[in-house]
Design a protein around this ligand. Structure first.
Ligand SMILES: Nc1ncnc2c1ncn2[C@@H]1O[C@H](COP(=O)(O)OP(=O)(O)OP(=O)(O)O)[C@@H](O)[C@H]1O
Ligand SMILES: [Mg+2]
Length: 306
């Protein structure tokens, strides 16, 4: 018994050290992200300028059409077209890198607990892709389909952007991990997939959710009643990964509960996510899961500050 306790304490200490490492890594990467922005902007701006210069060049050549043999003229047109395409690629990928960097800065900067008008669909989209690219960089053979369904004309909600993004990032990281993990041992025809949906929560959906949750979790009644008349936005992240065993379902929100190998998970993600959604934003987090089939997480954020 004592031995077990000691090993529990050791594993907790190990996880705490891991968490501290992650926190300092977060600060370091925020610093790096900030520094990379400037040179990256140079790359983008000079590529755009070079594209314009190419257009000028084309105009000059067109004005002097007769001075060049036809063969040379065609070759020149081809080269200019290729160069323009290359420039467009540099700009496109550079802008993607900038948006990833801004995402990192949003998480690590921002005043604590400041509610700001937030475009939820934009934050969700940004962090879904941030997570996707991070997984691609860290897990070999990571290749999944992502379905996206963002309702048009959603109102801005009052939210703490860096907290909201942390919640999306954790749900998405978990979803990416489970589909990747399943792919390692599933049939070759298994197609890993994650579907994202952001929509206005309708009242009827809300009351179904409320009555289902009341049965499952009576202690949530007080929070749910505040949801009652509030318009909310709902965010769904559905994966076709491994699903959860009854034990994982039971312990999902426990601090330091993880099934991932040491170094890959601290087991704090879900606890932090629920705190952000329910305690800080007055929203609600629920999930459905089936072993071997996948998991769907849904959370709501009230449009107005709680
Ligand atoms: N979408 C999912 N599908 C299957 N299992 C999941 C899913 N999301 C979470 N889990 C299970 O719940 C556990 C706890 O998740 P949680 O996010 O709290 O911690 P973690 O992902 O292990 O570590 P981290 O602190 O880095 O997020 C996971 O280890 C995993 O077993
Ligand atoms: Mg996690």
């Amino acid at each position: 018994m004592e031995e077990k306790n000691i090993s529990n304490v050791e594993s907790l200490q190990q996880r705490l050290r891991q968490q501290e490492k992650l926190a300092s890594l977060g600060m370091l990467s925020a610093g790096i992200a900030h520094e990379i922005q400037n040179p990256l902007n140079f790359v983008i701006n000079f590529s755009k300028m070079s594209s314009k210069l190419l257009t000028d060049l084309t105009d000059i050549v067109a004005d002097n059409e007769d001075a060049l043999p036809t063969d040379d003229r065609e070759e020149l047109d081809d080269i200019v077209a290729d160069l323009k395409e290359n420039m467009a690629r540099i700009v496109e990928h550079g802008e993607r890198a900038i948006s990833i960097i801004q995402g990192i800065l949003l998480v690590s900067r921002g005043k604590d607990n400041e509610f700001l008008p937030t475009d939820v669909a934009r934050v969700v989209k940004e962090y879904v892709w941030l997570s996707y690219h991070a997984m691609r960089a860290n897990y070999k053979d990571f290749n999944i389909s992502i379905g996206e369904d963002y309702a048009q004309g959603l109102p801005q909600v009052m939210a703490i952007p860096q907290d909201l993004s942390r919640a999306v990032l954790n749900l998405m990281n978990n979803a990416c991990y489970t589909v990747w993990k399943k792919q390692q041992h599933a049939d070759p025809d298994y197609q890993p997939r994650i579907d994202i949906k952001v929509a206005m929560e309708s009242n009827s959906q809300l009351s179904t959710l409320r009555s289902a949750q009341r049965d499952a979790c009576p202690s949530k009644n007080s929070q749910l009643s505040t949801l009652n008349s509030q318009p909310c936005i709902s965010i769904t992240i559905a994966d076709n990964g491994e699903g959860m065993t009854p034990e994982v379902k039971e312990r999902l929100f426990e601090n330091f509960f993880t099934t991932k190998p040491i170094g890959e998970g601290t087991g704090l993600g879900m606890a932090i996510t629920r705190d952000i959604i329910e305690n800080k934003h007055g929203g609600h987090l629920s999930f459905e899961t089936e072993e071997g089939k996948g998991t769907t997480f849904t959370f709501t954020i009230p449009v107005k500050k709680p």
